[in-house]
Design a binder for this molecule. Structure first.
Ligand code: GLU
Length: 414
C-alpha cells in the first residue's frame, strides 16, 4: 500500500516533468529525497519490558526553505510511505507558495495501544533521535495521523532541554500556551471548506443544501464536516476506521460527536443507518471529502463514485490510476496538495509568530489563510484551464515548476 503511494507520487511527477520539459538532471534531483533517516530505538513499556521501535524522518527538498512536514504514528509507517509523504509536502508548500521544502516523519507503532506515559517516552526518545536533523531553521515537524498537540509539546520540550533554552519554533501545531497559534487545530478542515466553496462555485453549485460525505472523523474530517454543516451543507454520511453512519436528511453532528466520544466508535449511533467505508465512498452526493488514509479511491471503486466534487482532505487518498476514471466521469477533484494545505499554511503562520514572539488573533489567522488558499485555488484552476488538465496535474505543474525554478536559480553547488 505504502509503496504504491510513492509510485503514484513519482508517476505524477514524471508526467509533469514531461509537460514542463525538465532536463534529466533536474528530474533526477526532484525524484530523489535529499535526506532519509531511519532509526531503531528502545522504549521501556509500563510493565518494564523493552521494545524496539523504528522511526523515520525524510527531508525531500530544502530548495525553497527549511523542510516542513508532520510526524505520523501508525502501524503501517515505512520508509517508502514517509518518502512519498515528504515529496507531497514539497509540492504542497510550493503550490500554496510558502517558503518551505518538504519533509515527513513517522514511527511504526499503534498509538492506541500505548499508555500516555509510554507515548511520552516514545516521543521524547524519537525527538532525541531526530534532533540531529530538526530545528526552526532546518526542519520543522507538525502533527499528522496519530499525533497531536501533546506530542508536539513533548518534542518542543525535549529539543529545548537539549538546547538549554525554549525553542517554540522547532515544531508547529503546539498548544497555544507554549507558542502555538490560534486556529491551527481547525486549519486543515477550514482550508477544505475554502476550496470546497471555490470548487462548488466553478461547478455552479451552491453550498446551501449541498450534500456532503466525509470519510474519516479525525482532526481533518470531523472539523471539515462541522464547518461544511455550518456553511449550510447537508452532511449525509461520515465514517471512522471502523465504519460510518448515513442519513439522507443530514446527520446531527453534535449528537454524533458526543456518541463517538462516549462509545469510542460511531457504531450504535441512533441518528442514522450503519454504512461501511466502501459503501460511503459510492454514495450519491455533491461533495465527497476523503479525510482518512491513502489509496481509498482506486481503479476498482472509482467508476462507482457518484460525487460531483472530491476535496482530498487526506494525503494521497486517490490512486493515480483512478484519476482518469474520475476525470471521464466529470468529477472535479481538488487534489490533496491544494485541498489540505490549510494545515501547513497555518503552521507557517505559527512559525512566523514564534519567530517574532508576536501573536495574532484567530480572526487574523483565518483571514490570512482563507486569502492565501483562495489565491492558490485560483492559480491552480487557471493553470488547469490554460493547459487543459485536471486540477491535480495543474497543482503539480505549479508546485514542481516553483521548486525547479528555485533549484535552477540557486544553481548546483560547487
Ligand atoms: N501533517 C500535515 C500535512 O500533511 C501538516 C504538516 C505541517 O503543518 O507541517 O500537511
Amino acid at each position: 500500500m505504502a509503496s504504491n503511494a510513492l509510485e503514484s507520487t513519482l508517476h505524477q511527477l514524471d508526467k509533469v516533468s514531461d509537460r514542463l520539459g525538465l532536463d534529466d538532471g533536474l528530474r533526477a534531483v526532484l525524484r530523489s529525497c535529499k535526506r532519509e533517516f531511519t532509526t531503531s530505538f528502545p522504549v521501556r513499556r509500563d510493565d518494564g519490558r523493552i521494545q524496539v521501535f523504528t522511526g523515520y524522518r525524510v527531508q525531500h527538498s530544502l530548495a525553497r526553505g527549511p523542510a516542513k512536514g508532520g510526524i505520523r504514528y501508525h502501524p503501517q509507517v515505512d520508509l517508502d510511505e514517509v518518502k512519498a509523504l515528504a515529496m507531497l509536502m514539497t509540492w504542497k508548500c510550493a503550490v500554496v507558495n510558502i517558503p518551505y521544502g518538504g519533509a515527513k516523519g513517522g514511527v511504526a507503532c499503534d498509538p492506541k495501544t500505548l499508555s500516555h506515559a509510554e507515548l511520552e517516552r516514545l516521543t521524547r526518545r524519537f525527538a532525541t533521535e531526530i534532533s540531529i536533523l530538526i530545528g526552526p531553521d532546518r526542519d520543522i515537524p507538525a502533527p499528522d495521523m496519530g499525533t497531536d498537540e501533546q506530542v508536539m509539546a513533548w518534542i518542543m520540550d525535549t529539543y529545548s532541554m537539549h538546547q538549554g533554552y525554549s525553542v517554540p519554533g522547532v515544531v508547529t501545531g503546539k498548544p497555544v500556551n507554549i507558542g502555538g497559534t490560534a486556529g491551527r487545530r481547525e486549519a486543515t478542515g477550514r482550508g477544505c471548506l475554502v476550496v470546497a466553496q471555490e470548487a462548488a462555485h466553478h461547478k455552479g453549485l451552491s453550498l446551501q443544501g449541498a450534500s456532503v460525505v466525509v470519510q474519516g472523523f479525525g482532526n481533518v474530517g470531523a472539523v471539515a464536516a462541522r464547518l461544511m454543516a455550518e456553511a449550510g451543507c447537508r452532511v449525509i454520511a461520515v465514517s471512522d476506521s471502523q465504519g460510518g453512519v448515513f442519513s439522507p436528511h443530514g446527520l446531527d453532528l453534535v449528537a454524533l460527536s458526543k456518541h463517538k466520544r462516549e462509545a469510542g466508535t460511531m457504531i450504535g449511533f441512533s441518528g442514522g443507518d450503519a454504512i461501511t467505508n466502501s459503501q460511503l465512498l459510492e454514495l450519491p452526493c455533491d461533495i465527497l471529502i476523503p479525510a482518512a488514509i491513502e489509496e481509498q479511491i482506486t481503479v476498482r471503486n472509482a467508476r462507482h463514485v457518484r460525487a460531483r466534487i472530491i476535496v482530498e482532505g487526506a494525503n494521497g487518498p486517490t490512486q493515480a490510476e483512478a484519476d482518469p476514471i474520475l476525470k471521464d466521469k466529470g468529477v472535479l477533484v481538488v487534489p490533496d496538495i491544494l485541498a489540505n494545505a490549510g494545515g501547513v499554511m497555518v503552521s507557517y503562520f505559527e512559525w512566523v509568530q514564534d519567530t517574532q514572539s508576536l501573536f495574532w488573533e484567530e480572526a487574523e489567522v483565518n483571514r490570512r489563510m482563507e486569502m492565501a488558499m483562495t489565491r492558490a485555488f485560483d492559480e491552480v484552476f487557471e493553470m488547469g484551464e490554460r493547459e487543459k488538465m485536471d486540477l491535480r496535474s495543474a497543482a503539480y505543474m505549479l508546485g514542481v515548476r516553483r521548486v525547479a525554478d528555485a533549484i535552477a536559480t540557486r544553481g548546483i553547488y560547487p
